[in-house]
Each structure stands twice: as C-alpha cells, then as structure tokens.
Design a protein around this ligand. Structure first.
Ligand SMILES: [Zn+2]
Ligand SMILES: [Zn+2]
Length: 237
C-alpha cells in the first residue's frame, strides 16, 4: 500500500523478503514523477496499482537512483519518460548485453561480474530469468538539474557514493531520496565501506536542508537520524 510522507511525496515500502527497494512518488500539479523503476514489471504493476488505489495519476517520468537491478529492471514496464545519470546509463548499456540463461548467469558469477547476493534475489523475483529485459533511460543527467512539475520543484544531483559510483540524489517537498547511496559497496568492495567515500557522503548529506530522507531498503527517516547512523559506522571503520 502507498504511504504518504509529506503533502507531495508518497512511497511504496521496501520488501525485505524479495529485496525490492522503496519506490517513491512525487505528485505535481502538471506531472507526477517516480523515483526508481523497481525490480521487474511485476514490481511496477504493484506500484502503479497502489498509486491508482489512492486516486493518484500514474507517473509520467521515472528517475533512477543508480544502476542496480532491483532499482532499474522495471524500466521496460514504466509509463512515459525515464531519466538516469550518465554513469547509470553507461552501466545499463553493458548489462543490457547480458544473456539471462542459467549458463550465462553462472558464468558471470564465476567471473565476478555478478555477485551471489544479486544473483539469488534475481532468481527469486523472476521465475523465468529469460524474461528479463534491461533498458537504458531515455534521458541522462550529469551534475545538477531542477524540474518544476507544478506546485513542487524536483532537484537532482549526480555524485559518487559509498554504494556505487553512479548515484543520483532526488529532492522534493522537504524529502531527500538517495536510493542505496548510503549503503556499503557490494560490487567493488564485497559489502564493505570505503572510509573516504563514506566521509565525503556524510558531508554531502550534512550540506542538505531536507528534513526527511528516503533510503532504498528501509522505512523513511529524518536526514539527521540517517547521518547519525552513518557517523556511527564511520567511527567503527
Ligand atoms: Zn537496492
Ligand atoms: Zn544498490
């Protein structure tokens, strides 16, 4: 069920069992925007049903927070235009070449191109991995950009992050949506934090003004509470 966070921002909660991330919805007077496309067409359908159940409009624009499958493999099923950072699209262009046969998936595990964590959850999400369709976004963004969708302004910023190199942060209506940007690096560092990248990201979050923060795989919390959590992690490194 869609949950309301502020006047203009709603979200479909994450699901730990499937590793599906939070999907966020921003309601403008002219256009509505989704942040992240989700793990699959089935995930998109669940999101859109939750949106229409609240008598809201299906989003016309979908923005990706980073390239990982659980946030991007729903792209083939979303409505309207899609946007991602330039780095996200470069990575998605590579992943779109991947074959989804059991043999090809096993080979990527052996080569280290794919990690067991994602491999296992992909097989949970997709009864038939052959059905996976990886798409790139229609538009790319680099640096900062703002978009007025009527009654609410969306601000996007691309940056490096402790989790991946292609992060895109989205803010609207006093909410900062960061995807997985505050989490460990699963692909490059085997689920560890790089101290320098974490410290830089904490500073970036401290420089923001939003009250609320939506991270990929947990309930929304205040930006201050999220920063406090990351500072604890940093102390332990
Ligand atoms: Zn994720
Ligand atoms: Zn991720």
């Amino acid at each position: 069920m869609l949950q309301q966070l502020t006047d203009r921002v709603w979200y479909l909660p994450h699901d730990e069992a499937s590793d599906r991330p939070v999907l966020t919805y921003i309601e403008g007077d002219q256009l509505c925007v989704a942040v992240d496309a989700g793990a699959s067409p089935a995930h998109v359908r669940e999101f859109y049903t939750a949106i229409t159940d609240q008598r809201l409009t299906v989003p016309e624009i979908t923005i990706l927070t980073h390239w990982h499958w659980d946030h991007s493999f729903g792209l083939s099923a979303v409505n309207g235009f899609t946007m991602a950072s330039k780095k996200t699209n470069e990575k998605l262009r590579q992943v779109a070449q991947w074959a989804w046969t059991p043999e090809a998936m096993e080979a990527r595990l052996r080569s280290g191109e794919e990690i067991p964590f994602c491999h296992d959850y992909i097989l949970l999400e997709y009864r038939r991995p052959e059905w996976i369709q990886v798409r790139t976004a229609d538009m790319t963004l680099e640096g900062e950009g703002t978009m007025d969708i009527g009654g609410v302004t969306i601000r996007c910023e691309t940056c490096d992050s402790p989790h991946s190199r292609d992060a895109l942060l989205v803010s609207a209506d006093d909410v900062l949506i960061i995807g997985d940007a505050g989490y460990e690096d699963f692909y490059e560092l085997d689920r560890q934090y790089d101290k320098g990248r974490l410290a830089a990201f904490i500073e970036k979050l401290k420089g923001r003004q939003e009250t609320w923060l939506v991270a990929g795989h947990e309930a929304p919390l205040t930006r201050a509470a999220f920063i406090a959590q990351l500072e604890d992690v940093l102390k332990g490194l």
